[in-house]
Design a binder for this molecule. Structure first.
Ligand SMILES: CC(C)(COP(=O)(O)OP(=O)(O)OC[C@H]1O[C@@H](n2cnc3c(N)ncnc32)[C@H](O)[C@@H]1OP(=O)(O)O)[C@@H](O)C(=O)NCCC(=O)NCCS
Length: 179
């Protein structure tokens, strides 16, 4: 197995158009449809990195700030930020474009986690990620903190072992006494 791969080798760009069947009663893209597209683009990125079958293990909180209108073109870009043992964090960015109006805005950013599995569905080791650009390095470094946070929230890690989170939540400091 290749032990290391550049982050950019996993990059995937997917383009979709919002059609009537994808929309809610306000003629905007359904949240579930967007999450479906995000899951697909991110799974392809994780497959490209690992050359394995992958399953979605987690999707971090996704907020819907900007509605995406019927007829907009949606571009989704995904790239693996960091790999651990069998799991990979994938960063997804989404843009909505109104081509006749010449307007394009970024609407979403999210992190999904995928696990590479063998034919029996058992987790299997994946190559390390090598970040090259400053943005890739930033995403790589933050991935450990995000991993610990999601594993603590999923009750898969004892908060005491989440060393990366200690500085954020001051876990080493004694709580202030109430007056
Ligand atoms: C994801 C899955 C393979 C993990 O299997 P498991 O037996 O719990 O395996 P492990 O405990 O050894 O964990 C394997 C990896 O998954 C990661 N993982 C498991 N649950 C996770 C979660 N909620 N969030 C982030 N990572 C998670 C672990 O951290 C571990 O990563 P590492 O190998 O890089 O250290 C298993 O839970 C599964 O098959 N889930 C269903 C996946 C699926 O069907 N997805 C579609 C959604 S409908």
């Amino acid at each position: 197995m290749t032990k290391k791969k550049s982050a950019s080798q996993s990059q995937v760009v997917m383009t979709e158009m919002v059609l009537p069947n994808d929309t809610n009663t306000l003629h905007n893209l359904m949240g579930g449809k967007l999450m479906h597209w995000m899951d697909i683009v991110a799974a392809i990125a994780a497959q490209k990195h690992s050359n394995r079958i992958v399953v979605t293990a987690a999707a971090d909180s996704i907020s819907f700030k900007h509605p995406i209108a019927l007829g907009n073109v949606v571009t989704l870009q995904a790239q693996v930020t960091r790999a651990f043992n069998s799991s990979m964090e994938v960063f997804i960015e989404v843009w909505a474009e109104d081509i006749p109006a010449n307007k394009k805005i970024q609407t979403h950013r999210a992190f999904f986690t995928f696990v590479a599995v063998d034919q029996n569905g058992r987790p299997i080791e994946v190559p390390e990620v090598v970040p090259n650009t400053p943005e890739e390095v930033e995403l790589f470094e933050g991935a450990l903190r995000r991993r610990q946070l999601r594993l603590v929230l999923a009750k898969r890690m004892d908060p005491k072992d989440a060393v990366e989170l200690k500085s954020i939540f001051n876990l080493d400091e004694k709580p202030e006494k109430k007056k």
